[in-house]
Every structure is written in structure tokens, then in C-alpha cells.
Design a protein around this ligand. Structure first.
Ligand SMILES: [Zn+2]
Ligand SMILES: [Zn+2]
Length: 343
């Protein structure tokens, strides 16, 4: 949908952004509004999610170079397109910029591109008022999908990609380890594919309470399940998932490990004895024949997934640093934190 009202680019050529100058040095400051290249449009960012991965990026290990504006989960309105083709459109943005030259790109496996660029880690992202975005990365929002929901299209697509790998069938049971936003969205997807029950384990009791409020269950620690989605990257959770799945069960590993993974000989042997099918999952699919982003927006538009209920915090860009620290310290209960870029 094109919005009638299209904002003008500020004459000052300046915008406010949260700009990472060094590890743990996120400065709220004035920067230049980016210039659009030939194949780019200028997007006025409306909402930008703070990903769990941003917390590590900002406070622990940094971006690829400094300064970089973080944020890869954003949606907004195209306010400038030289050709006028996209001007006024409401869009989400696929954050990977593939090389289009490698063997993976040739098969449209863009998440596996051998030489990619990325909004919000390798180049500037969404903790800002404006961003120049390649047209190829724009995904138009259906009329009834809000910018907030558009900003959640990235985690929703990541969850969809993971769940599709588990091939959930009607009436099956799923265990999810880790009740963070992507784990919860994955549970919503699983239910939409017919899962009878989705149960969770998490070391944080508040997250389990939150999951239950969404209609999910707490894993009882002893039932067997047909499939498991591992969303923590922690050895103990991986071991729990291996123990919980039925023989010939399926597991998908999604959580990023914070340290080396160690499995006991018994747990490892369980993989063999049960003849488990274990898959990794990475990012999302953005191919012409199969596009998680379009499927995600359609499901949100049709009311199959209610992702809005996951948003617990909506700071301004100026408050981004405070929000990231809150997430690291878990000083408040949170699920999804989405920056309101117009606040
Ligand atoms: Zn993310
Ligand atoms: Zn490539």
C-alpha cells in the first residue's frame, strides 16, 4: 500500500541515530542522512526490533567496523525513490545483502552466501531515522500489517524457517528449549501447522509464565515429544532436547552457543540409539520460489500469528542503549523490545 502522505527529506540532511563507536559505546547523535545509490531507496524507519544478537554486538563483541548503526529488524516507509516506483510504500527489509556471485547465491541460498553484507552489523542498520536500502531487499507490507509487525518480520521468518525444517504434522508434540521471542513465534507457527501441544523449558521462570499466558505449556521434564527446537545454544538444553524426543524424532538446532557445547557420552549415544534427525538452521529463506518473508507477512495479515502480544518494551532511539543494557542485565522482564523510531 502506498501512503498518501509522504514525508520530505529534512533539508538539514541530518538525522538522529544510535551509533556504535566501540564495544559498549552506543552514542545517540546526529549523523548524515545516507545518500541513495542507483539501486537504493530512502526509507523513513518507523520501528526497529532489538535482537538478542544486538545485545552481544553492542556490549560484548562489537560490529565489523566502527562506527556502525546497529539494527537489522526494521520497517518503515519509502520516502524517496528516484524512479518513483516504490515511493510511499510501507516496507519491511530483508537484512542480508548477498554477493549474487557465489555458488550459494546462484541457488538463491542467500543466507549461505559466501561473501555477504548485512544491514545493522556490517553496514548501518535500523537504530536511526532513515536508511538507504537496496530495492531488492524491500518486502511490501500488506495493508493491515502494522510497522511494528513489519519490524518483527525478521524473527518471524527465522522462526518459520526453523519450524519448516521440523516438518511438524497434525497432532504432533513439540518441545522448544528457550522461551524467547523466536522460540515463542516458532511455537505459534507450529500450532498453525497443526501441532497438538508446544511445551517450553527455560531457566527463567518468568518466561515460562509468559509462554503459558500465550497458551503454551511448561515441559514436564519427562514426556516424550515428536520434535524439538533448540533455541538456547546451551549444552544442558541440547541434552534435554535429545532426551525428550522420541526414537526417530527430529531436532533443529537454532540457538547460538555462548561457549563450547559439551555432551555426555550417554546423551551422544542417545542420538545414535534413537536415530535422531538433527538439522541446523540459519537465518531465513528469501528465494523467488520460497520466501519466508512473504509467507510471514501473509500469516500475520491473515491473523494466524499474533506477534504484537510479544512486544513488552518500545523505547525511543535515544533510549536504545538503556534498553540494550536492561536486556543484558535482565533487570526487567522483557520479551520483544521494539524501538519506536518516531518517538
Ligand atoms: Zn534478529
Ligand atoms: Zn553470494
Amino acid at each position: 500500500m502506498r501512503e498518501e502522505w509522504i514525508e520530505k527529506i529534512p533539508e538539514s540532511g541530518k538525522m538522529m541515530a544510535a551509533n556504535l563507536h566501540a564495544v559498549a559505546d552506543l552514542k545517540y547523535e546526529e549523523v548524515d542522512i545516507p545518500e541513495c545509490g542507483e539501486d537504493e531507496v530512502l526509507v523513513k524507519i518507523k520501528k526497529c526490533g532489538i535482537c538478542g544478537s544486538d545485545v552481544g554486538r553492542i556490549l560484548a563483541h562489537g560490529t565489523y567496523h566502527f562506527p556502525t548503526i546497529p539494527g537489522h529488524e526494521f520497517a518503515g516507509q519509502v520516502i524517496y525513490d528516484k524512479t518513483g516506483e516504490h515511493t510511499g510504500k510501507r516496507v519491511a527489509v530483508f537484512p542480508i545483502l548477498p554477493c549474487f556471485a557465489c555458488d550459494m547465491c546462484a541457488e538463491e541460498n542467500y543466507a549461505e552466501c559466501r561473501n555477504y553484507d548485512y544491514y545493522g552489523s556490517r553496514r548501518d542498520g535500523g537504530y536511526a531515522e532513515y536508511i538507504a536500502v537496496k530495492k531488492w531487499n524491500l518486502v511490501e507490507l500488506p495493508d493491515n500489517v502494522s510497522y511494528e509487525e513489519g519490524a518483527m518480520c525478521e524473527p518471524v521468518s527465522v522462526a518459520l524457517h526453523a519450524i519448516k525444517k521440523l516438518e511438524i504434522k497434525e497432532g504432533e508434540t513439540l518441545l522448544v528449549t528457550g522461551a524467547g521471542p523466536i522460540g515463542l513465534i516458532a511455537g505459534m507457527w507450529a500450532k498453525s501447522f497443526g501441532a497438538a501441544t508446544v511445551s517450553y523449558v527455560d531457566i527463567d521462570a518468568d518466561k515460562i509464565t509468559f509462554a503459558k499466558s500465550l497458551g503454551f505449556e511448561e515441559y514436564d521434564g519427562k514426556s516424550f515429544v515428536d520434535a524439538a527446537l533448540e533455541g538456547t545454544g546451551a549444552s544442558s538444553a541440547i541434552a534435554a532436547a535429545i532426551g525428550a524426543v522420541n526414537p526417530f524424532g527430529r531436532m533443529v538446532l537454532m540457538g547460538n552457543p555462548g561457549r563450547d557445547i559439551a555432551l555426555s557420552a550417554k546423551d551422544y549415544q542417545n542420538i545414535l540409539r534413537k536415530e535422531l534427525k538433527i538439522n541446523g538452521t540459519w537465518n531465513s529463506v528469501y528465494a523467488s520460489h520460497d520466501n519466508n518473508w512473504k509467507d510471514s507477512l501473509q500469516a500475520i495479515s491473515e491473523g494466524k500469528l499474533n506477534v504484537r502480544q510479544l512486544i513488552t518494551h518500545s523505547p525511543s532511539i535515544a533510549e536504545a542503549e538503556k534498553a540494550v543494557k536492561m536486556m543484558r542485565d535482565r533487570s526487567e522482564f522483557y520479551c520483544k523490545v521494539v524501538i519506536d523510531n518516531e518517538k
